[in-house]
Design a protein around this ligand. Structure first.
Ligand SMILES: Cc1cc2nc3c(=O)[nH]c(=O)nc-3n(C[C@H](O)[C@H](O)[C@H](O)COP(=O)(O)OP(=O)(O)OC[C@H]3O[C@@H](n4cnc5c(N)ncnc54)[C@H](O)[C@@H]3O)c2cc1C
Ligand code: FES
Length: 253
């Protein structure tokens, strides 16, 4: 884990309110794994004081990529960074997706900004596993295909792709999936992850999801990011340290 000042190379708006930021960070690029995250201090000023967590979106050579939308002051400041400006990054943090398991097909299920970790997942699995991706959002503005491959689109309002949510879209295409040799990777709002969890458990699909919650330290010190465990021994796990990726069988979402 590093705390490192890394230089912004460019910030591109790729979609309505969605930014991709390319950052030169060789130390992190070398060791970070898909599904891990970074905790970023966006400014040297006292506000915003806390670091902001972001999934690693992609890695290319010595560069790392973030995907974010502008929600509040932290992401507003980040989006305005000019090439050459330094940002203070703590990471890599968290566990990441298990991509080396014995599965043949990766079924990626991304809801809205839950697309963020999947370009790196896709890059890592390409030419090794089959990939089928379900990308959904409330409207077509929320359907983000950046860095995705072989995707099926859906939107809650029918403005693009299948008219329904992304889990219904998966359900509708179940005949394209060999359940025994597939593994599902999900990320999106908790409401979506809950439905995905139920769907996968009911259909015997192995499934890992990247969860989100408010965070402070990002590495297990403040105890500020508990998630309920389904096991009796560890009642609560920490999203930052034990996650953010969990098998859906292990946590209450
Ligand atoms: C492990 C992890 C990975 C993440 N990866 C990404 C990513 O790749 N891209 C990205 O854009 N965001 C990601 N997030 C969420 C991101 O950290 C927040 O969007 C960011 O902290 C917002 O900072 P801000 O200062 O702009 O907004 P704030 O001022 O902190 O918040 C603005 C408003 O948004 C709400 N808000 C803040 N965080 C969240 C959240 N997580 N979910 C719902 N509402 C929220 C606040 O309650 C407030 O109302 C991730 C979060 C976690 C825990
Ligand atoms: S954010 Fe501090 S313990 Fe998880």
């Amino acid at each position: 884990m590093f705390i490192i000042n890394s230089s912004v190379i460019e910030t591109k708006q790729v979609h309505e309110n969605i930014f991709i930021q390319k950052i030169h960070s060789p130390e992190i690029a070398e060791i970070i794994k898909p599904g891990q995250f970074l905790n970023i201090r966006v400014s040297e000023a006292t506000f915003p004081l806390l670091r902001r967590p972001f999934s690693i979106c992609d890695v290319e050579g010595e560069n790392i990529y973030l995907m974010f939308n502008i929600l509040g002051e932290g992401t507003r400041i980040l989006a305005r960074k000019n090439p050459g400006e330094l940002i203070d990054i703590l990471g890599p943090l968290g566990n990441g997706f298990k991509l080396d398991d014995d599965f043949k097909s990766a079924i990626i299920v991304a809801g809205g900004l839950g697309a963020a970790p999947f370009p790196f997942v896709t890059r890592s699995l390409k030419n090794k596993k089959e990939i089928l991706t379900f990308v959904g959002g409330r409207t077509k503005q929320d359907v983000i295909t950046y860095g995705m491959e072989n995707y099926i689109l859906s939107s809650d309002d029918g403005s693009i792709g299948f008219n329904g949510n992304v889990v219904q879209s998966l359900e509708r295409n179940l005949d394209k999936i060999d359940i025994a040799s597939s593994k599902v990777f999900g990320c999106g709002p908790n409401a979506m992850l809950r439905v995905l969890k139920d769907y996968c458990i009911n259909n015997n699909l192995d499934c890992e999801v990247s969860t989100e919650c408010a965070m402070a330290c990002g590495f297990g010190i403040c105890q500020g990011c508990p998630i309920e465990s389904t096991s009796n021994t560890d009642k609560y796990l920490l999203v930052c340290k034990d996650g953010p990726v969990f098998n859906v069988k292990d946590v209450v979402i």
